[in-house]
Design a protein around this ligand. Sequence first.
Ligand SMILES: N[C@@H](CCC[C@H](N)C(=O)O)C(=O)O
Length: 289
Amino acid sequence: MSTRIAFLKGHGTENDFVIVPDPENAIDLPPAAVAAFCDRRAGIGGDGLLHVVRSAAHPEAKEMAAEAEWFMDYRNGDGSIAEMCGNGVRVFARYLQRAGHVTEGDIAVATRGGVKRAHIAKEGDVTVGMGKALLPEGDVTVSVGERSWPARNVNMGNPHAVAFVDDLGHAGDLLAPPPVGPASAYPDGVNVEFVVDRGPQHVALRVHERGAGETRSCGTGACAVAVATARRDGADPAVTGTPATYTVDVPGGRLVITEQIDGEIEMTGPAMIVAEGEIDAQWLETVNP
Ligand SMILES: N[C@@H](CCC[C@H](N)C(=O)O)C(=O)O
């Protein structure tokens, strides 16, 4: 691993990320190094890591290079790879703007879940086109201790189980991944959202993220929740011919999600960069000798 690595720290509704700019994909980032960077006590700390690479320089993104110059090589805090990260895309767009790679307005970002388009607003919010939700058939159940709930299986590029509960406290401490069944519904693991109503088209959630634990927000999770809640409410924009907008409160703030009549989902919320620095070379040696 190179001995001088610059990093930044950013968050979107307190879903926080270590950002590692590496345009030419020259930095070796094995899972153990990612986990060390994201460690909140012995590292920098983050729910995940945004490896910023030119699409043309990354084997998984080359084919998207004509459409999107930059690839978000997203890693969960435990070092595992995920297909998509909604808050991550917003923070990624904010980073590209801050670094001067793009200006305010519309930009494209390559992700493992395809090319996403983000709009950077003057006021500070970033809106991202999240694509369409898939709602696989089949009953899913989420359990915490003695309680269990039926859940909705929603795929936003990454897998989610959305459970409506009476009280977010019923989700308990969420120190461990809540069991979700049947396991065959989620061969690669799952992100779990617990949801309560707050008012008309307004809900609140808690989330246990695959590869990160309980986090303060999850953008793909908020989209999954908005779609699951809309269907529960009998609102399917493709059928009603009216877009459905839901406000989703997360422990770290608020996201606004709109599903258009063609099924395309847009998510709007804040995205900030909070710090930048350089990884200490000696520490790096202990992480990845
Ligand atoms: N926090 C993210 C989701 C990150 C990936 C997730 N943990 C997974 O493994 O699928 C978001 O904002 O969407």
